[in-house]
Ligand binder design. Structure first.
Ligand code: FAD
Length: 72
């Protein structure tokens, strides 16, 4: 029997970020992912926002090209 403050369903970017935030604030969190591993079905074509690079101090060597604009 385990006790948790919060249960997160889904280990995608939202679930992982929420788990990280809550754990960093000393809450006991359980994360459930239906796939056998985290990040197995990640849908990403490689576009990462400028904000993500600034916020998470990502290495800029990985940048292959820069978009000037994007539309819907
Ligand atoms: C083709 C495509 C290309 C994309 N390219 C980019 C890109 O280049 N850059 C970018 O920033 N964004 C991109 N996106 C958007 C990006 O994928 C989403 O914004 C992001 O994945 C959303 O994260 P999420 O955690 O909300 O959801 P998800 O990534 O969908 O994560 C949800 C997780 O929950 C799990 N889950 C679902 N149901 C259950 C359940 N009942 N029990 C347990 N686990 C469950 C799933 O397996 C999954 O791991 C792209 C999307 C698509 C479709």
């Amino acid at each position: 029997m385990h006790n948790f403050d919060t249960i997160i369903i889904g280990g995608g970017p939202s679930g992982l970020q929420t788990t990280h935030f809550l754990s960093a604030n000393n809450l006991k969190v359980a994360l459930f992912e239906k796939d056998p591993g985290i990040g197995m079905d990640m849908v990403c074509s490689g576009v990462i926002s400028k904000e993500a690079f600034q916020r998470f101090d990502l290495l800029t060597d990985s940048i292959k090209g820069r978009l000037k604009e994007a539309g819907h």
